[in-house]
Design a protein around this ligand. Structure first.
Ligand code: PRT
Ligand code: ZN
Length: 302
């Protein structure tokens, strides 16, 4: 696909067109205040609120688009980015990408998995075996680090059924809940990589107007990601119980404590860095707090 010719003072961000990362990536960009108009083929979104356009592609294409300078940033799994960089390295090229932000979602592991009834003594057990994977370079690097000589069978999908089809002895695949492995009578024994969605950018920083736009977008992303986690905790407590209640507050900003007019009571408000658990609310209540309330925060400007 040839991207539309546009002046390069517009920033171009590649995201997955459809798949596990596409909705969260769009939601994140929307929470940064981006609005856009989709092209008829739905592969290109023209940024209306900011000169930031989106290219909707297969996740595997994102690192290459950044490496070639077609896109300036991308939202992609670390697993895909690492594999791309190792492929470049194998071909004698310098690194093209850098990981700019971890996004905290799309988490998974790249694991070696063996038959669930097979014993596991360690990586040396893999010597001489056939390992099916969609991540041959990441697997190859790990095998090299372990000093194990095994043969890598590269498959583009359905890796977990390779042992049953006689294509491989063990697998090296992405795992999140572990349900797919279990359904295929496999169990994970080694983790090669911890992955999550990341913002990837070029190894060389962007220097023109696009650099400033990228900084703006990243600052908004940081704010949006922080806000997503932030909660406002509100409660009341008899003044006498306040010291005890304060010891039970979760992590967050310094609490604001106000006297409740006409009562020997205080009202406490606090911005918390993470969701407040039921356990925490029960602990606060036992310490003397009443009328506990936890609210999401829509916007914040310090
Ligand atoms: O069409 P396109 O090429 O864009 O999409 P895709 O099919 O290659 O990717 P997609 O949407 O499946 O995954 C995109 C990214 O999501 C991956 O590159 C990872 O960074 C991330 N991710 C997070 C996962 C998983 N979790 C995951 N569980 N990607 C794939 N899986 C698969 C895994 O391969 C296995 O088949 O889910 C199965 C295992 O899941 P559990 O929950 O049963 O363990
Ligand atoms: Zn893919």
């Amino acid at each position: 696909m040839t991207p539309p010719a546009l002046p390069r003072e517009r920033l171009r961000v590649a995201i997955q067109k459809s798949g596990r990362l596409s909705d969260p990536a769009r939601d994140l960009l929307a929470s940064c205040g981006l609005t856009w108009r989709e092209s008829r083929d739905k592969l290109f979104c023209y940024g209306e609120s900011l000169p930031v356009d989106l290219l909707l592609v297969r996740d595997d294409d994102i690192p290459g688009l950044i490496a070639d300078g077609v896109c300036d940033l991308g939202i992609v799994g670390r697993n895909v980015m690492v594999e791309h960089e190792l492929e470049r390295q194998g071909n004698g090229h310098a690194p093209a990408l850098t990981e700019i932000r971890e996004l905290g979602w799309g988490s998974c592991r790249l694991d070696i998995a063996i038959g669930e009834d097979q014993p596991w003594t360690g990586p040396e057990q893999l010597a001489g075996l056939r390992i099916a994977t969609s991540y041959p370079r990441t697997l190859g690097r790990w095998l090299g680090e372990q000093g194990v000589d095994a043969s890598v069978v590269t498959l583009s999908g359905s890796v977990e059924i390779a042992p049953r089809l006689g294509q491989a002895d063990v697998v090296c695949d992405l795992v999140s809940s572990g349900g797919t492995l279990a359904a295929n009578q496999l169990r994970p024994v080694e983790t090669l990589l911890h992955s999550e969605a990341v913002v990837a950018g070029p190894a060389q920083p962007l220097e023109d107007a696009r650099g400033e736009l990228a900084d703006l977008l990243l600052r908004r992303m940081d704010g949006a990601l922080r806000l997503k986690e932030t909660r406002l905790l509100m409660l009341r407590a008899p003044r006498a119980e306040l010291p005890q209640v304060l010891t039970k507050l979760p992590e967050g900003h310094e609490p604001t404590i106000l006297q409740v007019e006409g009562h020997d009571e205080v009202s406490v408000q606090m911005l918390c860095h993470a969701a407040v658990t039921w356990q925490r609310l029960e602990d606060l209540k036992r310490a003397g707090a009443r009328q506990l309330m936890v609210l999401p925060v829509e916007g914040m400007l310090a």
